[in-house]
Ligand binder design. Structure first.
Ligand SMILES: *Cc1c(COP(=O)(O)O)cnc(C)c1O
Length: 376
């Protein structure tokens, strides 16, 4: 018998994670404070090098957020008014926002209902003379089919900017995402696979010239103080955030393995509970899914979410509205029916709590409560 409100499973337990790294993190923060170099110091430099090496990217630039990483990549490619960028509508708001902020028009391609990523085979029909780039998002940690995207981009001479905000460590054909396109954009928002204790972001670049362009743009268009070569923005990764990230990066592979193990255990628990009406996440055979989010497709989604919330479970919907139906994008003139699969997914999907520090007990409780909803 299930008693009332046995426990809570929050979406994250940051405190538990912090305790495991407390000494090293505090020591590094203190060192930054004593040194007094708070902007673009040795911690940022070390992080840029280490994270780029971990990715297998040629270069890396620390920036203020994942949203800025996307904007800077588009600005560096000189994408602006009159240009079009092809992307997915099933993503966080910032993906589409960065395109509009750059002055260009987002063109949406519908998603594959199994992977939730944009359909690479539907991109070509949206390409015209104004198209400048393809912006795939590796949603939830599942890789996009990058060989198809790259083939098309090469054939049509388009740039590729990867939104890897949810996909640190995700692989496609054994290679880390963020290293395929002209730019790979990462976020260190606290809940991401690699999270800072505040905002942070990163742009990975293959080529020297491309990397240099972002490095200049993130500091008001100047590489050397007061020597401005162009108009840029102020978007740098903080030294204190870099210090924290340098510590957390050492635990990243371990954290990703834990995410995958938890995801596979959810699959098993849901299957063993006989909950066949729930569609568990698909994994691309050529990919390595890192489960930033564990997303199921579930009947009566909204009622299930309510039931879980009442049970103290931090489930969530990512995302309740596809971008083409978001109010600030109404001026683009799109409407309902543009991307039916994305629209359907926004009504049917739900993320169960998944984070590296969660326990068997947490997961058992979540699945018990899901089963209770469907079976009484
Ligand atoms: C989090 C996220 C962003 C934005 O990153 P911030 O660091 O919060 O600015 C962009 N795209 C996707 C897919 C995200 O999940």
């Amino acid at each position: 018998m299930i008693s009332e409100r046995l426990k809570e499973v929050p979406p994250q337990r940051f405190g538990v994670q912090f305790e495991a790294m407390r000494e090293e993190i505090m020591a590094r923060i203190e060192r930054v404070c004593q040194k007094g170099q708070f902007i673009l110091g040795p911690e940022v430099k070390a992080f840029e090098e280490t994270f780029a090496r971990w990715l297998g990217a040629g270069h890396g630039i620390g920036v203020a957020s994942g949203s800025d990483a996307l904007l800077l990549a588009l600005l560096a490619l000189e994408i602006g008014p009159g240009d079009e960028v092809i992307t997915t509508p099933f993503t966080y708001f910032a993906t589409g926002e960065s395109i509009v902020r750059a002055g260009a028009r987002p063109v949406f391609v519908d998603i594959d209902p199994k992977t939730y990523n944009l359909r690479a085979d539907k991109i070509e029909e949206k390409i015209n003379a104004r198209t400048k780039a393809i912006l795939p998002v590796h949603i939830y940690g599942q890789p996009c089919r990058m060989d198809a995207v790259l083939d098309l981009a090469a054939r049509k001479r388009l740039a590729v900017v990867e939104d890897c905000a949810q996909a640190h460590g995700t692989l496609w054909s054994g290679r880390k995402v963020g290293t395929f396109g002209d730019y790979g954009c990462f976020s260190f928002y606290p809940t991401k696979n690699l999270g800072a204790y505040g905002d942070g972001g990163f742009v990975a670049a293959r080529e020297d010239a491309r990397a240099l362009e972002v490095r200049i743009l993130r500091s008001h268009g100047a590489l050397k103080k007061y020597h401005h070569e162009k108009l840029g923005i102020n978007s740098r990764l903080d030294e204190i955030q870099a210090a924290i990230l340098n510590v957390k990066l050492k635990f990243l592979d371990q954290a990703l393995a834990a995410r995958r193990q938890r995801a596979h255990r959810y699959n098993e628990l849901l299957r063993n509970a006989g909950l066949t009406e729930i569609q568990t996440p698909y994994e691309e055979p050529q990919g390595f899914h890192t489960y930033h989010l564990y997303v199921i497709r579930a009947p009566r989604r909204d009622a299930l979410l309510q039931h879980l919330e009442k049970s103290g479970i931090g489930a969530g919907v990512y995302y309740p509205f596809p971008l083409h139906l978001e109010k600030p994008f109404a001026f683009l003139g799109y409407g309902k029916g543009l991307c039916p699969e994305a629209e359907k997914a926004s009504l049917e999907t739900l993320a169960l709590p998944l984070f590296p520090e969660m326990t068997d007990d947490d997961q058992d409780y979540v699945v018990e409560r899901v089963a209770q909803f469907y079976r009484g």
